[in-house]
Design a protein around this ligand. Structure first.
Ligand code: SF4
Ligand code: SF4
Length: 581
């Protein structure tokens, strides 16, 4: 039977078929749909969102040594958060099969950096599988669990944005029930003191055995071509581009990219005058080949390390003429810069910050858009949770009245220790927590503040106010995020408070299904009352445009009834549509 699946859906399907019984992860583009698919279609896999990737990895590690087939999912930078556990797991090795998804993002479509996590796998001494299409996303997921159990090693399945989000036909099967393996309490294997040193040689032995396996691994495949001069070594989604642009080249497609098969590579390259190494990201394979003494290769000096590859880019790089014009050429597209959703509660907060002219240290979430026009009210953004530490550092550098701003999910992920630290070190930090009860940027997944789990079931709700007070913050204020004036007042008071303060700006994400599909009566602008003062345009709501007569008009099907434009109208011309009926 075949199904038409996203790469991420195919990974989920593979996990289900392979008998996975525990799945954990934190939402992060481009990995998010894996757990969403499992929660929707395959609840037998026991999927869950965790508060961050380190927790996800550690729960998965426990489940796997406890004997379950396990999947842990995250985006590439998530593995930085989980790195502590990732680096140490190979020392004990696993019991049940354990696969971690590292969803890398070449081109930084939704990330703060380009990072090739094959290097992290090499540091951790963890084998890496790289599928090239949706079918292989399913197949490699299943094979990764087998490999993990065969070598008692965690396995990384590395995907990239195009692979995770493309769709393809996938041959699928039925679920195989895999018995839970027995867990033997063996401190020499699973505990740190002195024993880890004894385990160190085991890690090297496993790696050597994996390198031998890589030489004959069925995923490292040679495809002979009509061209006997040019060969290509490739992996991942780049394989598809190579097949399109160089259909006659001989190809060594590496499905297992760590450890790499030195003999197979040497043997393949000896058959060609020139071998192109075409791999998106860093020269991971290329460096290995050069170190193995393979000289007839051309790689990053031609194809480059920055951004995504594509057939058009390869054609251009190889001097094969200009690629066919994209079908969008000649079509006038309206420029649409990234912006907050209509009715998003973050708008009032950034408008207030702009008005107060404070320095704002931001974090990772939808609210990075506060740095863009028209708000331009966020001045630093680095990584998850960094807003608070950076604000404390700026304060030490003399930038008083610095405000840190963070979303609810990111606060739970990585904001709690720095808040405790700020109080402990007597900072006067002002922290704004944008509490919209969702992990908004990745599609409004639930988190510990939502009161719902990945399966949509009720779960205890984290009390943010109590948590901030327990951290030592005395001045904790909660404000309705759509109350424009009150948002400004509460933030101003917090900024001038002589001690640490937290403002919780509360209001649900507009993309939450229960909000998005709720019946809301739109607002309407009465032209007889409107004096064309343009005050309502200054709330920057995309639902408000102009008529031919230059009057503001609200798109009734877009308005979320947030009330903010009505709050600024001096003549009371903006009312609920039903009031004019
Ligand atoms: S997804 Fe939610 S949080 Fe993000 S901009 Fe839209 S309404 Fe705001
Ligand atoms: S009430 Fe006004 S500001 Fe709010 S969504 Fe509707 S048009 Fe936009």
């Amino acid at each position: 039977m075949q199904e038409f699946l996203l790469g991420n859906e195919a990974v989920a399907r593979g996990a289900w078929e392979a008998g996975v019984k525990f799945v954990s992860g934190y939402p992060g583009t481009p990995s998010t749909e894996i757990i969403e698919t499992l929660a929707r279609r395959y609840p037998e896999t026991n999927p869950r969102w965790t508060s961050n990737e380190k927790v996800a990895f550690e729960e998965g590690m426990g489940a796997a040594i406890g004997g379950l087939r396990t999947l842990v999912t995250m985006k590439h930078v998530g593995l930085n958060v989980a790195a502590d556990a990732f680096m140490v797991f190979p020392y004990s090795g696993t019991n049940g099969g354990f696969v971690v998804i590292s969803a890398d993002d070449p081109g930084m479509h939704s990330s703060q950096n380009e990072q090739d996590n094959r290097y992290l796998a090499r540091v951790a001494k963890v084998p890496v599988l790289e599928p090239s299409d949706a079918q292989e996303c399913r197949d490699f997921m299943m094979a990764g669990l087998d490999l993990s159990e065969q070598f008692h090693s965690p396995v990384m399945l590395r995907t990239t944005t195009r692979l995770a989000h493309h769709k393809g036909l996938v041959e699928v099967g039925e679920r195989k029930e895999v018995p839970t393996r027995e867990f033997n309490r063996d401190p020499q294997r699973f505990s740190v003191p002195i024993y880890r040193l004894l385990r160190r040689p085991e890690v090297e032995k496993t790696l050597t055995a994996l390198a031998e396996y890589a030489e004959t691994c069925p995923f490292n495949r040679i495809e002979a071509g009509a061209d006997h001069k040019i060969g290509v070594v490739t992996s991942g989604i780049s394989y598809q581009y190579v097949k399109e642009v160089l259909p006659n080249a001989g190809v060594l497609r590496l499905g297992m990219t760590y450890p790499l098969p030195a003999n197979l590579l040497r043997d393949f390259c000896s058959k060609y005058e020139t071998v192109y190494v075409i791999e998106e990201g860093e020269p991971f394979i290329e460096e290995f080949m050069r170190a193995a003494g393979i000289a007839n290769i051309t790689g990053k000096e031609l194809f480059g390390v920055i951004g995504e590859y594509s057939p058009a880019r390869l054609r251009k790089t190889l001097g094969m003429g200009n690629p066919p014009a994209p079908f969008t050429d000649g079509i006038k597209l309206i420029q649409r810069p990234p912006m907050f959703c209509i009715g998003c509660g973050h708008r009032t907060v950034f408008a207030a910050l702009r008005q107060l002219r404070v320095t704002v240290s931001g974090d990772i979430g939808c609210y990075t858009m506060g740095a863009l026009p028209p708000y331009e009210a966020e001045h630093t953004t680095f990584c998850m949770g960094a807003s608070i530490g950076v604000a404390v550092g700026l304060e030490q550098a003399g930038h008083e009245n610095t405000v840190a701003i963070i979303g609810d999910s990111t606060f739970v992920h990585a904001g709690i220790p720095p808040l405790i630290d700020a109080v402990y070190n007597k900072s006067r930090l002002t922290l704004i927590i944008l509490d919209n009860s969702a992990t908004g940027m990745t599609g409004s997944q639930p988190n510990p503040i939502s009161g719902k789990d990945a399966m949509g079931e009720e779960t205890p709700k984290l009390d943010l106010e109590a948590l901030c007070r327990a951290s030592g913050v005395q001045n904790v204020a909660v404000v309705d995020t759509w109350d424009r004036k009150e948002v400004v007042n509460v933030i101003r008071r917090a900024v001038f408070f002589k001690g640490p303060s937290v403002v919780i700006a509360r209001g649900p994400c507009q993309q939450l299904p229960e909000i998005k599909h709720s019946h809301r009566i739109p607002f309407f602008i009465h032209e007889d009352l409107c004096t064309q003062c343009d005050a309502c345009f200054k709330v920057w709501c995309p639902a408000i445009t102009r008529t031919e007569n230059n009057f503001p008009v609200i798109a009734a099907n877009e308005c979320t009834s947030c009330t903010v434009c009505a709050q600024v109208c001096p003549t009371d011309a903006i009312k609920l549509a039903e009031e004019f009926a």
